[in-house]
Design a protein. Structure first.
Length: 169
């Protein structure tokens, strides 16, 4: 019989070690995949929030700095709104849910309408889209305008990451 110090591992001991290492590896794989999924959702939220804040700031800069004369939606489809200022210049917002693009013209002269639009396409995130909704509500009685452009994505769940602006005129 060999002394205990020279004896190797038995087949059962190796099998038990293999099972323990496999169990640890499988549990860590689940943790890593969960972390990766949460990181992806956080990245989507960050990109959508940056897009929303950029466009909201651009619109609010024009609205806050100028006296609004009136607001109207010319096409009746509620995807287009014009904000006309007291000096005769205007801003325009057009929402196209088909192409997932928001077009905005900053405060420009009425005669320079065509060339003043800037396209703001949604960030290049798969499955991100603009929801079909009532984008603009013009309350002529109380002289308030509500802009509501909701964004949809499966990972955003029930959280609201759309553009929401309310301003008086």
């Amino acid at each position: 019989m060999k002394p205990m110090s020279q004896r190797g591992f038995t087949t059962i001991e190796l099998l038990v070690c293999f099972i323990v290492v496999s169990a640890i590896s499988i549990s860590l794989f689940g943790v890593v995949m969960n972390f990766k999924e949460r990181q992806q959702v956080a990245s989507i939220r960050s990109d959508v929030t940056t897009y929303k804040n950029t466009l909201t700031k651009t619109i609010m800069d024009d609205v806050a700095k100028n006296k609004i004369n009136y607001v109207y939606s010319p096409d009746g489809t509620n995807t287009n709104i014009y904000i006309v200022y007291s000096d005769g210049e205007y801003s325009s917002i057009q929402v196209n849910p088909t192409t997932n693009t928001i077009r905005y013209s900053s405060k420009k002269s009425y005669y320079n309408m065509i060339s003043s639009y800037l396209n703001y396409p949604l960030p290049a995130i798969p499955d991100l889209s603009i929801d079909q909704a009532n984008y603009f509500v013009i309350d002529s009685t109380n002289r308030f305008v509500t802009i509501n452009i909701p964004f949809l994505h499966p990972d955003l769940k029930n959280r609201d990451y759309g553009i929401h602006i309310v301003f008086p005129y």
